[in-house]
Design a protein around this ligand. Structure first.
Ligand SMILES: [Fe+2]
Ligand SMILES: [Fe+2]
Length: 239
Protein backbone atom coordinates (compact mmCIF):
# COMPACT_ATOMS: atom_id res chain seq x y z
CA UNK A 1 0.00 0.00 0.00
CA UNK A 2 1.41 3.39 -0.86
CA UNK A 3 1.60 6.09 1.77
CA UNK A 4 -1.45 8.06 0.67
CA UNK A 5 -3.45 4.86 0.47
CA UNK A 6 -2.34 3.88 3.96
CA UNK A 7 -3.24 7.37 5.21
CA UNK A 8 -6.74 7.28 3.76
CA UNK A 9 -7.35 3.84 5.16
CA UNK A 10 -5.88 4.77 8.52
CA UNK A 11 -8.11 7.81 8.82
CA UNK A 12 -11.21 5.81 8.02
CA UNK A 13 -10.30 3.06 10.43
CA UNK A 14 -9.13 5.40 13.18
CA UNK A 15 -12.43 7.24 12.93
CA UNK A 16 -14.37 4.00 13.09
CA UNK A 17 -12.31 2.78 16.05
CA UNK A 18 -11.18 -0.33 14.22
CA UNK A 19 -7.55 0.54 13.60
CA UNK A 20 -5.19 -0.60 10.91
CA UNK A 21 -4.61 -3.90 12.66
CA UNK A 22 -8.01 -5.04 11.46
CA UNK A 23 -6.79 -5.00 7.89
CA UNK A 24 -3.51 -6.63 8.77
CA UNK A 25 -5.06 -9.82 10.09
CA UNK A 26 -4.11 -11.65 6.95
CA UNK A 27 -0.42 -10.97 7.55
CA UNK A 28 -0.49 -11.85 11.25
CA UNK A 29 1.15 -15.14 12.06
CA UNK A 30 -1.23 -17.51 13.82
CA UNK A 31 -0.46 -18.02 17.47
CA UNK A 32 1.27 -21.28 18.21
CA UNK A 33 -1.58 -23.53 19.25
CA UNK A 34 0.51 -24.98 22.07
CA UNK A 35 0.90 -21.55 23.62
CA UNK A 36 -2.71 -21.27 24.76
CA UNK A 37 -3.47 -24.89 25.57
CA UNK A 38 -5.00 -25.20 29.00
CA UNK A 39 -2.81 -26.81 31.59
CA UNK A 40 -3.70 -30.03 33.35
CA UNK A 41 -2.16 -29.34 36.76
CA UNK A 42 -3.79 -26.02 37.61
CA UNK A 43 -0.45 -24.29 37.86
CA UNK A 44 0.80 -21.49 35.67
CA UNK A 45 3.74 -21.15 33.41
CA UNK A 46 5.11 -24.66 33.70
CA UNK A 47 3.63 -26.22 30.60
CA UNK A 48 3.54 -23.66 27.81
CA UNK A 49 0.53 -21.52 28.73
CA UNK A 50 1.07 -17.77 28.65
CA UNK A 51 1.10 -16.58 32.25
CA UNK A 52 -0.42 -13.22 33.27
CA UNK A 53 3.04 -11.75 33.82
CA UNK A 54 4.27 -12.88 30.43
CA UNK A 55 1.08 -11.62 28.81
CA UNK A 56 1.50 -8.17 30.33
CA UNK A 57 5.24 -8.01 29.58
CA UNK A 58 4.84 -8.85 25.92
CA UNK A 59 2.21 -6.12 25.67
CA UNK A 60 4.89 -3.85 27.09
CA UNK A 61 6.99 -5.10 24.18
CA UNK A 62 4.39 -3.68 21.79
CA UNK A 63 4.45 -0.44 23.79
CA UNK A 64 8.26 -0.31 23.54
CA UNK A 65 8.11 -0.76 19.79
CA UNK A 66 5.63 2.12 19.56
CA UNK A 67 7.97 4.24 21.69
CA UNK A 68 10.73 3.42 19.23
CA UNK A 69 8.46 4.70 16.45
CA UNK A 70 7.85 7.84 18.52
CA UNK A 71 11.64 8.24 18.99
CA UNK A 72 12.12 8.19 15.23
CA UNK A 73 9.25 10.65 14.74
CA UNK A 74 10.84 13.01 17.28
CA UNK A 75 14.21 12.72 15.53
CA UNK A 76 12.59 13.72 12.27
CA UNK A 77 10.45 16.47 13.82
CA UNK A 78 13.52 18.00 15.51
CA UNK A 79 15.29 18.06 12.17
CA UNK A 80 13.85 18.96 8.85
CA UNK A 81 12.93 15.46 7.79
CA UNK A 82 9.56 14.40 6.47
CA UNK A 83 7.26 12.92 9.10
CA UNK A 84 4.47 10.73 7.72
CA UNK A 85 1.53 11.75 9.88
CA UNK A 86 -0.40 8.63 8.92
CA UNK A 87 2.26 6.41 10.50
CA UNK A 88 2.25 8.36 13.76
CA UNK A 89 -1.55 8.37 13.74
CA UNK A 90 -1.56 4.58 13.44
CA UNK A 91 1.09 4.23 16.14
CA UNK A 92 -1.01 6.34 18.51
CA UNK A 93 -4.00 4.20 17.52
CA UNK A 94 -2.12 1.10 18.70
CA UNK A 95 -1.45 2.82 22.02
CA UNK A 96 -5.12 3.70 22.42
CA UNK A 97 -6.52 0.35 21.40
CA UNK A 98 -3.98 -2.13 22.74
CA UNK A 99 -2.33 -0.32 25.63
CA UNK A 100 -4.88 2.11 27.04
CA UNK A 101 -8.16 0.33 26.28
CA UNK A 102 -6.88 -3.19 26.91
CA UNK A 103 -3.55 -3.60 28.72
CA UNK A 104 -4.05 -0.78 31.22
CA UNK A 105 -7.63 -1.89 31.86
CA UNK A 106 -6.26 -5.30 32.84
CA UNK A 107 -3.87 -3.62 35.27
CA UNK A 108 -6.60 -1.37 36.66
CA UNK A 109 -9.24 -4.10 36.99
CA UNK A 110 -7.20 -7.17 37.92
CA UNK A 111 -3.86 -6.06 39.42
CA UNK A 112 -4.05 -2.70 41.13
CA UNK A 113 -7.08 -3.53 43.35
CA UNK A 114 -5.35 -6.71 44.59
CA UNK A 115 -2.26 -4.78 45.62
CA UNK A 116 -4.37 -2.03 47.20
CA UNK A 117 -6.44 -4.53 49.22
CA UNK A 118 -3.26 -6.26 50.39
CA UNK A 119 -1.57 -2.95 51.26
CA UNK A 120 1.36 -3.85 48.98
CA UNK A 121 3.15 -1.34 46.72
CA UNK A 122 0.29 1.09 47.30
CA UNK A 123 2.37 4.22 46.65
CA UNK A 124 3.62 2.74 43.38
CA UNK A 125 0.11 1.72 42.33
CA UNK A 126 -1.18 5.24 43.02
CA UNK A 127 1.48 6.68 40.72
CA UNK A 128 0.82 4.07 38.04
CA UNK A 129 -2.92 4.88 38.12
CA UNK A 130 -2.24 8.60 37.75
CA UNK A 131 0.16 7.94 34.89
CA UNK A 132 -2.44 5.91 33.01
CA UNK A 133 -4.73 8.95 33.12
CA UNK A 134 -1.92 11.30 32.10
CA UNK A 135 -0.94 8.97 29.24
CA UNK A 136 -4.49 9.01 27.87
CA UNK A 137 -4.41 12.80 27.77
CA UNK A 138 -1.08 12.75 25.94
CA UNK A 139 -2.49 10.32 23.39
CA UNK A 140 -5.53 12.61 22.94
CA UNK A 141 -3.08 15.41 22.12
CA UNK A 142 -1.02 13.25 19.75
CA UNK A 143 -4.14 12.08 17.87
CA UNK A 144 -5.22 15.72 17.45
CA UNK A 145 -1.82 17.19 16.58
CA UNK A 146 -0.86 14.53 14.07
CA UNK A 147 -3.97 15.21 11.98
CA UNK A 148 -2.74 18.75 11.38
CA UNK A 149 -0.25 19.66 8.66
CA UNK A 150 3.25 19.23 10.05
CA UNK A 151 4.84 21.98 8.00
CA UNK A 152 4.87 24.75 10.63
CA UNK A 153 7.72 24.63 13.11
CA UNK A 154 5.38 25.31 16.06
CA UNK A 155 3.19 22.34 15.17
CA UNK A 156 6.22 20.08 14.75
CA UNK A 157 7.66 21.21 18.09
CA UNK A 158 4.36 20.67 19.92
CA UNK A 159 3.96 17.15 18.57
CA UNK A 160 7.59 16.29 19.35
CA UNK A 161 7.11 17.53 22.93
CA UNK A 162 4.07 15.33 23.43
CA UNK A 163 5.81 12.25 21.99
CA UNK A 164 8.85 12.91 24.19
CA UNK A 165 6.62 13.31 27.26
CA UNK A 166 4.93 10.00 26.48
CA UNK A 167 8.21 8.11 26.18
CA UNK A 168 9.74 9.85 29.18
CA UNK A 169 6.88 8.62 31.36
CA UNK A 170 6.18 5.20 29.89
CA UNK A 171 9.74 3.84 29.78
CA UNK A 172 10.14 3.93 33.58
CA UNK A 173 6.43 3.16 34.07
CA UNK A 174 6.59 -0.11 32.14
CA UNK A 175 9.99 -1.01 33.58
CA UNK A 176 8.72 -0.53 37.14
CA UNK A 177 5.74 -2.76 36.42
CA UNK A 178 7.99 -5.40 34.82
CA UNK A 179 10.48 -5.48 37.69
CA UNK A 180 8.38 -4.74 40.78
CA UNK A 181 4.64 -5.22 40.28
CA UNK A 182 4.38 -8.19 37.94
CA UNK A 183 6.96 -10.33 39.79
CA UNK A 184 5.02 -9.72 43.02
CA UNK A 185 1.67 -10.71 41.51
CA UNK A 186 2.11 -14.46 41.56
CA UNK A 187 3.22 -14.51 45.19
CA UNK A 188 0.29 -12.26 46.06
CA UNK A 189 -2.50 -14.29 44.45
CA UNK A 190 -1.10 -17.84 44.60
CA UNK A 191 -0.52 -20.34 41.81
CA UNK A 192 -4.13 -21.42 41.18
CA UNK A 193 -5.56 -17.89 41.09
CA UNK A 194 -2.60 -16.87 38.94
CA UNK A 195 -3.53 -19.51 36.36
CA UNK A 196 -7.17 -18.44 36.47
CA UNK A 197 -6.10 -14.86 35.95
CA UNK A 198 -4.32 -15.94 32.77
CA UNK A 199 -7.58 -17.38 31.47
CA UNK A 200 -9.46 -14.18 32.36
CA UNK A 201 -6.84 -12.16 30.48
CA UNK A 202 -7.26 -14.40 27.45
CA UNK A 203 -11.06 -14.01 27.50
CA UNK A 204 -10.75 -10.26 27.79
CA UNK A 205 -8.21 -10.12 24.95
CA UNK A 206 -10.62 -11.90 22.65
CA UNK A 207 -13.53 -9.65 23.68
CA UNK A 208 -11.62 -6.35 23.39
CA UNK A 209 -9.10 -7.00 20.62
CA UNK A 210 -10.68 -9.92 18.79
CA UNK A 211 -9.02 -13.15 17.76
CA UNK A 212 -5.21 -12.98 17.53
CA UNK A 213 -5.35 -9.46 18.94
CA UNK A 214 -1.75 -9.49 20.15
CA UNK A 215 -0.39 -10.94 16.92
CA UNK A 216 -2.27 -8.36 14.88
CA UNK A 217 -0.85 -5.56 17.02
CA UNK A 218 2.69 -6.90 16.50
CA UNK A 219 2.10 -7.17 12.74
CA UNK A 220 0.77 -3.62 12.62
CA UNK A 221 3.74 -2.23 14.54
CA UNK A 222 6.12 -4.09 12.20
CA UNK A 223 4.40 -2.47 9.21
CA UNK A 224 4.77 0.95 10.80
CA UNK A 225 8.47 0.32 11.51
CA UNK A 226 8.93 -0.55 7.85
CA UNK A 227 7.08 2.64 6.83
CA UNK A 228 9.45 4.72 8.99
CA UNK A 229 12.55 2.85 7.78
CA UNK A 230 13.46 1.43 11.20
CA UNK A 231 12.48 -2.20 10.64
CA UNK A 232 16.02 -3.56 10.15
CA UNK A 233 17.05 -4.55 13.68
CA UNK A 234 20.61 -5.38 12.59
CA UNK A 235 21.13 -1.79 11.46
CA UNK A 236 21.13 -0.66 15.11
CA UNK A 237 24.07 -2.86 16.10
CA UNK A 238 27.09 -0.67 16.95
CA UNK A 239 30.07 -1.31 14.69
FE1 LIG B 1 0.57 0.54 33.71
FE1 LIG C 1 1.67 -1.90 31.89
Amino acid sequence: MDRSGLFRRTLVLATSGIGVSAVLGACARPRDAAVREPKQDGGAGEGGEVTPGEDLMREHGVLRRVMFLYDEAVRRLDGRDDVPGDVILSAAGVVRRVIEDYHEKLEEDFLFPRFERAGMHTDLVAVLRRQHQAGRLVTDDVLTLVRQPLREQAARRELADRLRAFNRMYRPHAAREDTVLFPALRALVGGKAYAELGEQFEDKEHRVLGEEGFEKAVAEVAELEAALGIADLASFTPT
